[in-house]
Design a protein around this ligand. Structure first.
Ligand code: ATP
Length: 300
């Protein structure tokens, strides 16, 4: 086999609870991850050495050297196998870059699956999950897909059973937001307001709404503790979120560290209408519809 292509979805956080700042500079998190039908594709082709090329959505903002998370994933997998394998990676991006939808993590997960196949390693998912956890806190979920609760730094995952399909609209913004900057702003706001930060916990009504396929309740339970920080750093997001509510979204929130905003619709047709209204309102660079949950990386 000379070449393997893997399709991998983006994620939105339905709940992102951020605990107090720890001494090591990280936060304990509770993350309800949900994989949605916006896909990057990674093609791994056998060659000597390691290289990566990026095409598509905001490709010019993605590094093509060894800082690319996909290359880091290929190197980590080769290291785990104890061999100096080579690969060329072609990433076709549709997931917004630095958009709070874990595009880099998705590409890393897709690369682990593609290279595991290309190099004939046959490693089980548990081994790939261990390598994924070392690459970044969103990479293990990107390998799993579906809907799951993540704790710790996001890497301890419990898959959730979800009834049916939820329909989403995503408003893409111009330019990204750095995840580290958004966490730092969150800490700054909390310090300035003297807010007592509770230990993060998954919200039971949100989990019940997912189990029951209850979009109406899910819409009211969407919660992102990073949202005030993302809105503080990018004031225009307040208008984008308001526009979603005005046009009948069941709920809205900033996705992860932003600046992408997610809106929950009643149905596929409602998602189409809501997307058209948001486009007309001119509150986003682009507006796309998607559904979730969807499975994790798939060899195509
Ligand atoms: P998260 O939601 O996990 O915080 P994000 O979706 O906000 O992440 P990414 O799209 O993963 O952000 O990109 C974050 C940064 O990582 C970008 O600024 C980009 O330069 C860098 N990067 C490295 N590798 C990749 C990759 N394969 N795809 C996208 N960005 C990458």
């Amino acid at each position: 086999m000379n070449s393997v292509t893997v399709r991998v979805p983006a994620k939105v956080n339905l709940q992102l609870a951020v605990g107090p700042l720890r001494d090591d500079g990280y936060h304990d998190l509770v993350n309800v991850f949900h994989a949605v039908s916006i896909f990057d594709e990674v093609t791994a082709t056998a060659k000597t050495g390691m290289s990566v090329r990026v095409e598509g959505e905001s490709a010019d903002q993605v590094p093509e050297g060894h800082e690319n998370l996909a290359i880091k994933a290929a190197l980590a997998l080769a290291g785990h196998a104890g061999r100096s394998y080579g690969v060329n990676l072609l990433i076709r991006k549709a997931i917004p870059v630095a958009g709070g939808m874990a595009g880099g993590s998705a590409d890393a997960a897709a690369t682990l699956v593609a290279c595991n196949e290309l190099w004939g390693l046959g490693l089980p998912l548990e081994d790939l999950m261990e390598i994924a956890a070392d690459l970044g806190s969103d990479v293990p979920f990107a390998l799993l897909g579906g809907t799951a609760v993540g704790t710790g730094r996001g890497e301890r995952l419990t898959p959730l059973d979800v009834a049916g399909t939820f329909h989403w609209v995503f408003a893409l913004a111009d330019g990204g937001l750095s995840t580290a900057t958004v966490y730092a702003e969150c800490d700054r706001i909390r310090q300035a307001t003297g807010e007592r930060v509770a230990w993060p916990q998954a919200a039971e009504p949100l989990l019940a709404a997912l189990r029951e396929g209850d979009a109406e309740t899910l819409g009211t339970e969407l919660r992102n503790d990073l949202q005030p920080a993302a809105v503080m750093l990018r004031g225009s997001l307040a208008r984008t979120l308001d526009a979603g509510r005005e046009h009948g979204a069941l709920g809205s929130l900033v996705s992860g560290s932003g600046p992408t905003c997610a809106f929950l619709a009643r149905s596929e047709s409602h998602a189409g209408e809501l997307a058209a209204s948001l486009k007309d309102a001119g509150v986003a660079r682009d507006v796309i519809t998607a559904h979730g949950p969807v499975p994790g990386p798939i060899i195509v």
